[in-house]
Design a protein around this ligand. Structure first.
Ligand SMILES: NC(=O)c1ccc[n+]([C@@H]2O[C@H](COP(=O)([O-])OP(=O)(O)OC[C@H]3O[C@@H](n4cnc5c(N)ncnc54)[C@H](OP(=O)(O)O)[C@@H]3O)[C@@H](O)[C@H]2O)c1
Length: 254
């Protein structure tokens, strides 16, 4: 009896914002090592010494702070997905900014300029809205997943993260819930991960004190530990998880 050879497994694709360092960088490594194609977006051009197989065609130089360029960025992304039959398996909205005042001071609700506040929302909140809506058909074709990277600062006042950043992350958590409802009907899961203190350049001096006083595990998280959770939320292991916010903080909020 002859048997039909199994079709080759489809190569999955991730679009990831903010891939050039920190949690995003670790996320590229996690997905690449599992065989995914990763299309990255950040303000930096494609690094010539990039350690992974991807070439400049898998990087989109994009400043999420500029709403005028977003339609063109989405068009480029769709273009890049054409050779994957227009299918997108995961979108990870990771890029964010957290501006500080003079000498690294926290910017409160009183001293954050409206201009800064709007810029933070543009990058941290409206960027994810535009990308997820713009790539809805591609996500639908693959029954893909969206992961929004929120923050512990979105649900409690943080000694270093400013008010604009905190409120943008709270809004992103709410957006996750709304999208889980709207996108879920199309078989697309939408979740968020909320990191605590992860060892990246976004941390402020003085984080050591938080680690000693508030984190039961008494250490910072590693970007790789966050990347593992993002991977879980984008794969079959979490096939019925929708609309949740996964906290990755060593127990900081208990
Ligand atoms: N590290 C933590 O402890 C922590 C805690 C809670 C939440 N988070 C969240 O985790 C995510 C990653 O944080 P991280 O610590 O890895 O940050 P990071 O080291 O500062 O990296 C931020 C990334 O975002 C990109 N980016 C920033 N502004 C951008 C813009 N306007 N347009 C496009 N890309 C932009 C940067 O690339 P370019 O500079 O090339 O543009 C970079 O790749 C963020 O959403 C952050 O809020 C982190």
């Amino acid at each position: 009896m002859s048997t039909t050879p199994a079709a080759p497994a489809e190569r999955k694709t991730l679009i990831l914002t903010g891939a050039s360092r920190g949690i995003g960088h670790a996320t590229v490594k996690r997905f690449s090592s599992a065989g995914w194609r990763v299309i990255t977006c950040s303000r930096q051009p494609f690094p010539e010494n990039c350690p992974w197989e991807m070439g400049p065609e898998d990087h989109i130089q994009l400043d999420l702070a500029d709403p005028k360029i977003m339609p063109e960025a989405v068009r480029l992304m769709k273009e890049r997905l054409k050779d994957q039959s227009g299918r997108l398996h995961a979108l990870v909205n990771n890029a964010a900014i957290s501006p500080k005042g003079a000498k690294g001071a926290r910017l409160s609700t009183i001293d954050t300029s409206l201009e800064d506040w709007q810029k933070v929302f543009q990058v941290n909140f409206f960027g994810p809205v535009v990308l997820a809506r713009g790539l809805l058909d591609e996500l639908d074709r693959a029954k893909g997943a969206v992961v929004n990277v929120t923050s512990i600062a979105g649900s409690r006042v943080h000694p270093f993260a400013g008010a604009a950043y905190a409120t943008s992350k709270a809004a992103l958590a709410a957006l996750t819930r709304e999208m889980a409802f709207d996108f879920g009907r199309r078989g697309i899961r939408v979740n968020s991960i909320s990191p605590g203190e992860i060892d990246t350049s976004i941390l402020s001096p003085g984080t050591d004190r938080i680690v000693q006083e508030q984190i039961p595990m008494r250490r910072l998280g590693e970007p790789e530990e966050v990347a593992k959770a993002i991977y879980f939320l984008c794969t079959e292991q979490s096939s019925y998880v929708n609309g949740t916010e996964l906290h990755i903080n060593g127990g900081q909020h208990v």
